[in-house]
Design a protein around this ligand. Structure first.
Ligand code: AMP
Ligand code: GLY
Length: 423
């Protein structure tokens, strides 16, 4: 069986390594993949947004099943295009991917169906947005409507900052066209939890919960990034909270999407905040998280391909999705200076041998004259699984310290907040 995976980051590397455990799969193509995953997949230089190129390649290669991992191709309709030529896919159609593609859509969905989220207003006119933020109680959260690589959110500490944020999005277009419409919302407080869930539009099977570390520096200082590390499970996410989320958030969301004629099949990512008034949705993503996937999939005991196929076919109810009762930690090694400015092209040395509980997922790297060099902000994730959180953190850092490139940078406190919460 031939599988195609669209995407080329650490998340895709984790998906590919897990898929490889299925013995029916004979070949995996990564489009475009990256130079660090060549031993696990055949990387083909077709960009994740090049839908024509992807469809042509899939047809030529007679691909049996495709996994579309990143937000852009999902929102652009990659799954629709592949389905149209008879290739089954894991991932939502464009009309369902809008749950991430438009924050205005997702906020209105939550309001209409009573799903708990931060109070908000949406604006397409700058003057109306400016008048509104002058009256809000600070801090105020301002979000660009469209996809902005997870960076389209500004938390303004004062009303003046909020006005500046509105102007920079709607007039200066710092996030491009994704800022033509903005959402202004109430600032929420509480621990954040990421829950990735398989859903086929009928049932929801959540994966083990996780905790991302979005800021660039220790103690959650510095700029927002795509994610500097993760642990799973998230100790704040108790069984009681999980039950409440299923009842108040997960099932209502899936039913709401059905009612709107936008059935969601794939991985639905719930970004949650556990407030004193209960769990609330901060954001939906229409895909696996990065680097959440890098700690969630190593704990998956069920066969990933079987689960993905069942999700696509609407047979998830009959399919077991089981996770190990263990802990995982991912430490991201980035190029120093990320997310602003960094140098690339430095050779990366990796350990020759990995233990069974260790994984290295390569993201921003490429081959240059046969040598793997850093080529992006987040370069790779060092992952370890252990029986306890403390041991997982220790092993992940021990692994990270066996990896070298000249301008490598990592946070040193991944998992510490989770560890404190456990106690
Ligand atoms: P998002 O891209 O929507 O995930 O937002 C990025 C980050 O901004 C989140 O992970 C939160 O830490 C923070 N954030 C977003 N919305 C809110 C909110 N309403 N209140 C407080 N923090 C928020
Ligand atoms: N780690 C956050 C995301 O994938 O959006």
């Amino acid at each position: 069986m031939k599988i195609l995976v669209v995407g080329g980051g650490g998340r895709e590397h984790a998906i590919i390594k897990k898929l490889k455990e299925n013995k029916e799969i004979t070949e995996i193509f990564a489009l475009p993949g990256n130079g660090g995953m060549e031993q696990d997949a055949t990387c083909v230089p077709i960009g994740a947004k090049d839908l024509d190129g992807i469809v042509k390649f899939a047809a030529e290669q007679k691909i049996d099943f495709a996994v579309v991992a990143p937000d852009d191709p999902l929102v652009l309709g990659c799954v629709d295009r592949l389905n149209a030529i008879g290739i089954p896919c894991f991932g939502p159609e464009a009309k369902a991917a809008i749950i991430e593609g438009s924050k205005v859509f997702s906020k209105n969905l939550m309001k209409k169906y009573g799903i708990p989220t931060a109070a908000y207003e949406t604006f397409s006119e700058m003057d109306a947005a400016l008048s509104y933020v002058r009256t809000c109680k600070a801090p105020v959260v301002i979000k660009a409507d469209g996809l902005a690589l997870g960076k389209g959110v500004i938390i303004a500490q004062t009303n003046e900052e909020a006005e500046d944020a509105v102007r920079s999005m709607m007039s200066d277009k710092i996030f491009g066209e994704s800022g033509s419409n903005v959402v202004v919302e109430e600032f929420l407080e509480g621990p954040e939890v990421s829950v990735l869930a398989f859903t086929d539009g009928n049932v929801v099977k959540p994966m083990v919960s996780s905790m991302d570390h979005k800021r660039a520096h220790d103690n959650d200082e510095g700029l927002n990034t795509g994610g500097m590390g993760t642990v799973a499970p998230n100790p704040y996410y108790t069984n009681e909270i999980a039950d409440a989320c299923m009842e108040q958030i997960f099932l209502p969301t899936v039913k709401a999407m059905n009612a709107e004629g936008r059935t969601f099949r794939g991985c639905l990512y719930f970004g949650l905040m556990l407030t004193k008034d209960g769990p609330k949705v901060i954001e939906y993503n229409c895909r696996f998280g990065d680097p959440e996937t890098q700690v969630v999939l190593p704990l998956l005991e069920s066969d990933l391909f079987t689960v993905m196929k069942a999700t696509a076919e609407g047979k998830l109810a009959e399919t077991e999705v089981r996770f190990a009762e263990k802990h995982a930690c991912c430490v991201v090694l980035a190029s120093d200076g990320y997310p602003v400015k960094y140098e690339s092209g430095y050779p990366i040395t990796l350990p020759e041998q990995l233990a069974e509980n260790e994984e290295i997922y390569i993201a921003g790297a490429k081959k240059k004259d046969g040598v793997l060099v850093n080529a992006g902000g987040r370069v790779l994730g060092a992952v370890a699984t252990e029986d306890t959180l403390q041991a997982a953190i220790k092993s992940a850092y021990a692994l990270a310290d066996r990896i070298h490139f000249e301008n490598a940078y990592c946070r040193r406190d991944i998992g510490q907040r989770a560890l404190a919460a456990e106690k």
